[in-house]
Design a protein around this ligand. Structure first.
Ligand SMILES: NC(=O)c1ccc[n+]([C@@H]2O[C@H](COP(=O)([O-])OP(=O)(O)OC[C@H]3O[C@@H](n4cnc5c(N)ncnc54)[C@H](O)[C@@H]3O)[C@@H](O)[C@H]2O)c1
Length: 248
């Protein structure tokens, strides 16, 4: 199937800020009809107001499986299908702390959003994709999930779990014309990174051979390729966006 962009429906989580916002903008410009999920409704409203086209907004916490399920059903029924899911909602939790200093509640909260949230959205979207024998899922992971960033146990381990889920789902749905991939960026200056301690950001950026941060546009361009109909023979894979930090 080679459905044109303007006949597709997509869900983007974390669309009110940063990478999710830029991906939503790129998809809206291509004519994709969007269902945008974010817990920050005020910001989501303002972002959506600037997008071309008319889109559905869901002020939900992606850790709430019931709400995720309801929102997916609503979006799918209104549009008859869900072709694309991009999971961008995520948090770092506390950083610049060693494993023995971590707070269990914080580690669980990071896993709830970064892993469970992406598990919930994909779990509820997949039946619609199976029904239509088409789908493109992209989980935004992180270089931290591939390499492990010291000082970031919860974040690194939760993103490693996302990479593990991507490998499993890629294998499970290969026969349904559904691809499931991940993207592993290094550092891109967003609100999430700006909220981190300077020392932690320096640790991460110092490891990038290109000696710069990635840009939102680079992330969105690669995301749009990964979820395009043309990207039809790569699945279960974690695409690199790390300025040379990871070469695998
Ligand atoms: N910026 C980077 O350097 C970088 C690098 C690697 C990976 N990532 C990943 O990319 C994704 C986007 O990050 P970003 O830098 O754009 O962050 P951001 O903080 O700019 O945006 C994250 C968005 O997710 C939303 N969100 C958070 N928790 C939520 C929840 N429980 N339910 C619904 N919405 C929720 C926030 O409201 C926000 O709008 C994250 O998964 C992040 O881990 C970012």
């Amino acid at each position: 199937m080679n459905k044109p962009w303007n006949e597709q429906t997509g869900i983007v989580t974390g669309a009110a800020s940063g990478i999710g916002q830029r991906i939503a903008e790129q998809l809206a410009q291509r004519g994709v009809h969007l269902a945008l999920f974010d817990r920050n409704y005020e910001q989501l409203l303002s972002v959506a107001g600037q997008l071309p086209g008319k889109h559905e907004l869901f002020a939900i916490d992606i850790c709430n499986e019931e709400k995720v399920s309801e929102a997916v059903i609503q979006a799918a029924k209104r549009n008859g299908c869900i072709d694309i899911l991009v999971n961008c909602a995520g948090i770092t939790g506390k950083t610049s702390i060693k494993s023995h200093e971590t707070d269990t509640t914080d580690v669980k909260a990071v896993f709830d959003i970064n892993f469970m949230g992406s598990y919930f959205t994909s779990k509820h979207v997949l039946p619609w994709m199976i029904k239509n024998n088409y789908g493109r899922i992209l989980h935004i992971a992180s270089i931290a999930g591939k390499e492990g960033n010291a000082g970031m146990l919860a974040y690194s381990a939760s993103k490693a779990a996302v990479i593990g889920m991507t490998k499993v789902q890629g294998k499970e749905y290969g026969g349904y014309n559904i691809t499931v991939n991940a993207l592993a960026p290094a550092v891109i200056r967003t609100a999430m990174v700006d909220a981190m301690p300077d020392a932690q950001v320096k640790y991460m950026t110092d490891k990038i051979p290109m000696q710069r941060c990635g840009t939102l546009q680079e992330a969105a361009d690669m995301a749009c390729f990964i979820i395009s109909p043309e990207n039809s023979f790569s699945t279960g894979f974690t695409f690199d966006l790390s300025g040379g930090r990871a070469t695998y």
